[in-house]
Write a protein that binds this ligand. Sequence first.
Ligand code: ATP
Ligand code: MG
Length: 365
Amino acid sequence: MENRPQIILTGDRPTGKLHVGHYAGSLKRRVELQNSGKFDEIYIMIADAQALTDNADNPGKIRDNIIEVALDYLSVGIDPAKANIFIQSHVTELTELSFYYMNLVTVSRLQRNPTVKAEIQMRNFEASIPVGFFNYPISQAADITAFEATTVPVGEDQMPMLEQTKEIVHKFNSVYGETLVEPKILLPDNKACLRLPGIDGKAKMSKSLGNCIYLSESEADVKKKVMSMFTDPDHIQISDPGKLEGNTVFTYLDAFCKDEHFAEYLPEYANLDELKAHYQRGGLGDVKVKKFLNNVLQEELSPIRARRAEYEKNLDEVYDILKRGSETAREKAAKTLAKVKHSMKIDYFEDESFLAEQKKKYSNS
Ligand code: ATP
Ligand code: MG
């Protein structure tokens, strides 16, 4: 539909502080989209209910990270005047929507989800998968459709979730009539940001893997982590030729560095291509490249750190932002739920024809 309002929904699990993988994969883009003026509504969700699906026995961890994630949002530049930051569990309509969507998805379809498969393995859930965890792609479809999201800016690992959501939208609309809005995934343009690896070189920087550089980390800690990063294990002497493939330091440079950084911190090279060529020929040591990456990252992170420090002194304000955002989110989700129940013909008390139909059934007897 041409004139449909443009709506963003995205979010993060409060299982820890946010890291530079989140920043590269989604947060940075969110702020750009927010400031583009092209969106009518923006919803940013702290997915506590989803986080509980694999942390059921650790609710304290989820509780502790609600404010942390909110602080991370505000510190990267999410503006509460433009975007509603909300807490998933407050919007109980989402649970109700999931319950109806569950009827439209088969168990075998859920079993085919590659991200869920990988996560089950990572969490050693093979023999005992919590039903709620198994079901989370459906609950994510509820989150996205409840806000009638047209755009979902996320990292690559979310592609299967968006596919699942689209299938639910199609199925729902074909069974019950045109009701739900089909969302579009928005992946980062920069390939290195699709799935930023951890500092250990593992495929994905992830809170659960403990291989992260957090947005809130001190300058000294970031530097320590950068200096310990995984590179090319065969690049032993400075004179050895180095490999770029699987070399985390270069992946991070692909994600974060711009030509201007060279002029400022490493003027012997004009750009990243020149630096890479030297590394591949041999004669360039890891320490020099790591120091450069550290400068690049610190430049990106220092304003974030400063804004965070301000909000940390103002938790009352952060709390109010969450409360207001959650109320607004709830109103929106309630409207969608009403549409859904109407389409499913289960809105008995809102639908005047319901009783009339029943009466008619008995009027001839
Ligand atoms: P958990 O380990 O608890 O699943 P996580 O680190 O994977 O945490 P999520 O809250 O699941 O983080 O992901 C939030 C958003 O950040 C999603 O859009 C996801 O695609 C994106 N994201 C997470 N990690 C990365 C990464 N390493 N690179 C790019 N995007 C990422
Ligand atoms: Mg995740």
